[in-house]
Write a protein that binds this ligand. Sequence first.
Ligand SMILES: [Zn+2]
Length: 474
Amino acid sequence: MNGIDLTSPPALPQAPTLPQLYALSPAASAASRATIAALYSHKSAPRWNHPAGDRLTHEDVARLSVYAAALDAGRGGRAPRPDDAVLAWAQSRIAATPLYRGRVADGIDIASHWVELPTTAREDIASHAARLVPDDVPLDRMIVYRTAGTTGHALLVPQDALAVACYLPLLNLALARYGVNTRFSSGDTACFLVGSQRHTVTYPTVMFGWGGAGFAKLNLFADDWPDINARADYFRHFAPRLLTGDPLSFADMLEAGIGGAPHALVTTAVAMSPALKSRLQAAYGCPVVDWYSLTETGPLGYVCPRGPGYHWLPHDVYIETLDEAGLPTRGRGEITVTGGRNPYIPLLRYRTGDWGRIDFAPCPCGDPMPRLMELEGRVPVRFRSGNGDRIGTQDVATVLRRYPLVQHSFEQADDGACTLTYRALAGAAWPRDDLASELRALLNQTITLREDAELGRRGAVDKVIPYVSKRIEE
Ligand SMILES: [Zn+2]
């Protein structure tokens, strides 16, 4: 998940109107509205298919500035134990959250018993999301987001507009470390979020983490645009200062010779190949900034400009690594997160499924926050349909998320045949044959479904890789 995608379901295509887009940006000034209108109605604009906006009120915009200031002030060395702020937060959320109250002994001193506190995982969000919502948070502003399918099976994650908007100060901090200026005014085009899939939602809006400047979520897929030159014309005309996207979309953008003159490319996938990164840097003449962000946790790290490793980004989370026995380790372990800004899913020792090591030693770049080293990411994968089309993991994910799967691994063999190994939500009845035929229609390949009730439950040796291609690419 790129983190600044404001998409929420239902994802059925619905061309937004300008009044709908304005209504989703309640803090927009006349100048910001003019920016939305310009992005929306340009002659080369793509077909928009989704109404979205950051939903921030004027009060939220003020709170966002407070968060940005706290983020700057909160940078400093960290110890391999939770600090007082995290402990106080955890104590309060354990008391308020039904799932945690049931799992943590009453009156326990969490500072001295931290390592005995239960961990949580994706499965808790998939199976007990309602019990993760604390009793004391108002529900009237809850928005439900889907996670991107590239990071395991899609989850419905309840979110809050302000918590989502806090991604931007985090991103701005990372970009500042690369010398990229992220001060914008309402007439600027701050960022295009670039996708390249058969189906993805698209919309223009403005973002108040960027001074009410323009933002558009775009799909490079040619069918979305009025004519063959429209994509390049649109990028050239608006010249967004930042481009965000996954490595495969950037590779397609490069191949199509578009992208304008960005000051930075930002990618959230950990697994961008060094070769692609240096080609993008050369082609666009700007830094390519990797960051590590999950929908459940928000942004966690950005790649150190001096490398290697990802600096711990938010001041308001505690990151620890757990070994195969579930105990904190100074070596490689599962990246586990406590804290954050999402009021509806307070993360208590949330196991991300990613592995790495935390280096607390000072870094030559000057950022005092520790680094996540040897971060084992998820390798971007693309499949081939029987007709020779490239099919992205997002397209497969769009099909899979219609079914109650908790974990899955979708693998394409060298001969093109595909196998979906899955663990379904316990007790759910659903049409297996429909899933097989939808996958067959998408890929035009042989599809085998294989149920595995223990998938992902066999401990560290059983890290589930959601998408695998064994094809030897030409
Ligand atoms: Zn550094």
